[in-house]
Ligand binder design. Structure first.
Ligand SMILES: Nc1ncnc2c1ncn2[C@@H]1O[C@H](COP(=O)(O)OP(=O)(O)OP(=O)(O)O)[C@@H](O)[C@H]1O
Ligand SMILES: [Mg+2]
Length: 360
């Protein structure tokens, strides 16, 4: 089904001592059935608020939300379907598991109360199924307080999917785990959501997490969505300076447009694709990814380049990262493998014209 989640012109304003805070400012978003969408953005940009509106935990001040074709919230029409009737599972950053209950009891809880109650004789089967999905089948009688952070997070996930929700909402669910476990759980989360086919909206402020998990990534800032696209689109075509700064490593260079496809910069006169809106005399910011720079051998004279000195080399195993001092700034250069250059050496850095992003 297309449009499992359909958000139109969502607005949320919070009152505060310093006046109203416009936490969400006119967001449009469609998430298809089975899709994994990630909301990515800095602290305070409105990710949690958007998620809570979808869950029905927050009433929007404007716009509408539909879940599988049903309007669950419309500020204008006054429609509102309460959270417990939205067929949604939620996982939060804090695991929010009950410390006085064991694993089984925690997961069974949503099946025992309210609208999602199911006949008692079916509970064990459903809990067992959820336990298998998160691979905790042997720990069902453990007190949750005896579990590791990663295991507790699995309990929270099992509890969210045990009701077989149509939509799963996750708000930075891995941020309390240490780096290694976070990476393992990230892969596992993706597998689990794919296996059960649930439509997912996932909040992240870590770009690596967003790029690796999302079928689609929505980059947010100040209550707005700045770009929606596949991880590849977001990484390879950031539409504005904010996205360029927020997603992935980037080198930035201040420059001034001197003519069509020409700019003047501390690195000299450069050829690059200048947006049509930028006339000669316009100040622009150039951006280029570290992996698109390389060191030039003397024989290779066709590419524009700048001379510099290696300040630092960081060996990363599969690649190496170099800080290169060039006129007016330091460039980051990332090369596959271990390039045969060392600190203090002078190098020419090649800057392919078609790799520059140019922002007004
Ligand atoms: N209950 C509230 N009362 C007043 N202001 C709020 C409330 N909840 C959120 N805000 C404000 O709304 C804005 C968006 O908050 P939100 O929690 O959605 O951000 P976020 O993107 O989830 O950030 P983080 O990454 O830090 O979790 C912030 O400026 C926040 O201070
Ligand atoms: Mg948040």
């Amino acid at each position: 089904m297309k449009g499992m989640i359909r958000i139109r012109n969502l607005e949320k304003i919070f009152p505060s001592d310093r006046g109203p805070v416009r936490a969400v400012q006119g967001i449009d978003l469609d998430v298809d059935e089975g899709e994994f969408a990630v909301l990515l953005g800095p602290s305070g940009c409105g990710k949690t608020t958007t998620l809570r509106c979808v869950a029905g935990l927050e009433r929007p001040d404007g716009g509408s939300i539909e879940l599988s074709g049903e309007v669950v919230d419309s500020a204008e029409e006054g429609d509102f379907v309460p959270p417990e009737r939205r067929n949604i599972g939620m996982v939060f950053q804090s695991y929010a598991v009950w410390p006085h209950l064991n694993v089984y009891q925690n997961i069974a809880l949503p099946l025992a109360e309210g609208r999602r109650r199911i006949p008692k004789n079916q509970v064990r089967g459903r809990v067992q199924e959820a336990l298998e999905v998160v691979r905790l089948e042997n720990l069902d009688t453990r007190p949750v307080t005896d579990l590791s952070g990663g295991q507790q997070q699995r309990v929270a996930l099992a509890r969210a999917i045990v009701t077989r929700p149509k939509v799963l909402l996750m708000d930075e669910p891995l941020s309390n785990l240490d780096a290694r476990l976070r990476e393992q759980m990230r892969i596992e989360l993706k597998k689990i959501t794919m296996a059960i086919g649930v439509t997912t909206v996932y909040v992240a402020h870590d770009q690596a997490e967003a790029l690796s998990l999302g079928d689609r990534v929505c980059v947010m800032n100040e209550g707005k969505i700045l770009q929606i696209g596949s991880p590849q689109e977001v990484y390879s075509r950031p539409p504005n300076l904010f996205v360029a700064q927020f997603v992935g490593e980037m080198n930035f260079v201040k420059a001034r447009v001197t003519g069509s496809g020409q700019v003047d910069s501390p690195l000299g006169n450069l050829r690059c694709e200048v947006p049509s809106g930028c006339q000669a005399g316009c100040d622009v910011t150039l951006a280029i990814r570290p992996e698109h720079l390389r060191f030039l051998h003397d024989s290779d004279q066709n590419c524009q380049s700048v001379e510099g000195k290696i300040l630092l080399k960081t060996y990363l195993g599969d690649s190496a990262l170099f800080e290169v001092e060039v006129p007016g700034l330091t460039l980051l250069v990332k090369l596959p493998g271990d390039a045969d250059v060392s600190v203090g050496q002078r190098v020419r850095v090649a800057m392919p014209a078609d790799r520059w992003f140019v922002y007004p």
